[in-house]
Design a protein. Sequence first.
Length: 165
Amino acid sequence: MPHSIPDMAATVDHGPNVNVAVFRLAGYAAECERTFFMEKPTKEEELHFNQMMTARNIMLDMLRPGVKASEVETKVRDYLIDQHLTTNILHRPGHGIGLNNHEEPTLSLGNDTVLKENMVVSVEPAIYFEGQGGYRHSDTVLITKDGHKLLTNAPVTLEELTVEN
């Protein structure tokens, strides 16, 4: 359940946990999501976090005018498949953001919309594991003349996102 809402009485466990923040600024939508841990992650959790981060970096490297939306998912998906994570992919790696949180262009297979300057998109390639949870950062990103600009200012690294007592 990549977008589930926990019961109000639920407690945050050791991890991975995904914090979802969806909001509006001056009438425009934005989102920021982070995977975090309440204690030092296991080696397996660290591996999956790093796989998610590699997929995120592959995607960020592609975001610039002239790239087809479908090419973004193809490249991210190819990496995750090479990592033997085919069954752990539950959704596209991103979508447009504007007056609503989910708009065109979807950054997905079959969508050949060409990215253009001033488009705003989410970057959220993710992997999920039965009985464990998911690994997903989501950033709001502006396509610029020469590439992209992260509009999200939030912790990114495993060290920053591990909260230990």
